[in-house]
Design a protein around this ligand. Structure first.
Ligand SMILES: [Mg+2]
Length: 385
């Protein structure tokens, strides 16, 4: 079969989510009845001479910004040459934050799965068919189900009842640190010892001191991990090495880094415990490299966010604990991957079974079917390379 890349198509679409607004920084979605959160995302299609089309959808439009610049590096190349393509795109994108190379890699893995008629996780040697999930909350708002520290405890109990064995809070942007600490205490009191508890304040604590205070509350409540606490955005090696020395709770860092070397710098600096990976940033190829390098250091890789590619990558790892179901909220249904995008795949709060797990798509490649009727209705353009 001729697997040379013949054409690349970049489709973008936009859709509204009701009752979600942005905080004053514009960076943090929160529950806000009456507001509307507009999201712009893309589908990348890479078509081969033999007619196989690799597809990857649901990435933020800005993540695809460099795709047009990859035209000459991709057209005419063998779509199965993932390692060499990965190396070339790393060079090509080096001045621009390494945007877009990860989503190309996922599309190439989708092609490989379709060529070999196998799901991606099987090509990677994976054998995990069910993935344990944690409920990863929407940031709390000023009203509704996540507006008080106690309401996080209520929601954790609901999630435990549903089958979740892990629960991560994204607290409130802008509220006093004392309320964050109280939310941590509530979770410890209500579900401590019954669920693995995590906190991700989206890097919005103003100072190292606030990070220490919340971390000490997490120590007392027996938290499983602390993630991206303060304004360094989770990248400072000395700061996290020092935080780790002051606290008991393990850290999960690396979500805002791209690349194998950068992730390993964090590990070698002893600035994290769990290692974060993201398949849209580093591709499946890069994320597996990071997972194996983490394994060599005796550490686990935890995949950021959800979606078909995220499930395949996690299913191929032995050293990964939880799949992240984003976003969850007691009052509103706002999955990070909209239910409209696929005909046969969902990542909402209800997607788990009673054991708190999700499955891995079993069709060739990513094993999912895009809902083109909906994508075309919401289209804001297609660029063909
Ligand atoms: Mg995070």
């Amino acid at each position: 079969m001729n697997t040379k890349i013949k054409e690349i198509r970049i489709h973008t679409y936009r859709y509204d989510t009701p009752d979600i607004g942005l905080d004053r920084t514009g960076a943090i979605p929160t529950y806000r009845p009456g507001d509307t959160f507009t999201r712009a995302e893309g589908v990348l299609e890479i078509e081969t001479e033999g007619g196989i089309v690799g597809q990857v959808a649901g990435w933020p439009r800005v993540e695809g910004a460099l795709l047009p610049a990859f035209k000459h590096a991709l057209l005419g190349r063998d779509a199965l040459d993932r390692e060499a393509i990965n190396r070339d795109l790393k060079l090509l994108s080096r001045h621009y934050g390494r945007l877009s190379m990860g989503i190309v890699d996922v599309a190439l893995w989708d092609i490989a799965g379709k060529v070999y008629d196998a799901p991606i996780y099987r090509l990677l040697g994976g054998s995990r068919e069910r993935l344990p999930c944690y409920s990863s909350t929407m940031n709390g708002g000023d009203s509704g189900g996540l507006s008080t520290p106690e309401s996080y405890g209520d929601f954790a109990e609901q999630c435990l009842e549903m089958g979740y064995r892990g629960f991560k809070i994204h607290p409130w942007p802008g509220r006093p640190i004392s309320e964050h600490i109280r939310a941590v205490e509530c979770l410890g009191e209500r579900v401590g010892g019954k669920m693995d508890l995590m906190i991700d304040p989206f890097s919005y604590y103003r100072t190292f001191g606030e990070a220490v205070k919340v971390g000490q509350a997490c120590d007392a409540a027996g938290f499983f991990w602390l993630e991206d606490l303060y304004m360094d955005t989770g990248v400072s090696e000395p700061a996290h090495r020092r935080l780790r020395s002051l606290l008991k709770t393990p850290f999960l860092q690396g979500e805002h880094l791209r690349g194998l070397e950068q992730h390993m710098n964090l590990v070698f600096a002893e600035a994290t415990d769990f290692v974060r990976g993201d398949v849209f940033y580093d591709g499946i190829t890069g994320t597996m490299k990071i997972a194996h390098a983490a394994e060599a250091n005796g550490l686990d890789l935890e995949i950021h966010s959800c979606g078909p590619a995220q499930r395949h990558a996690m299913a191929a790892m032995e050293n990964s604990n939880y799949y992240e179901i984003v976003w969850t909220h007691p009052d509103t249904d706002i999955p990070l991957i909209t239910d409209e995008l696929y005909l046969d795949f969902k990542d909402g709060i209800e997607s788990i079974d009673s054991d708190g797990t999700v499955g891995v798509p079993q069709g060739p490649g990513l094993g999912v079917t895009l809902n083109w009727d909906w994508i075309k209705r919401q289209s804001i353009g297609t660029e063909t390379l």
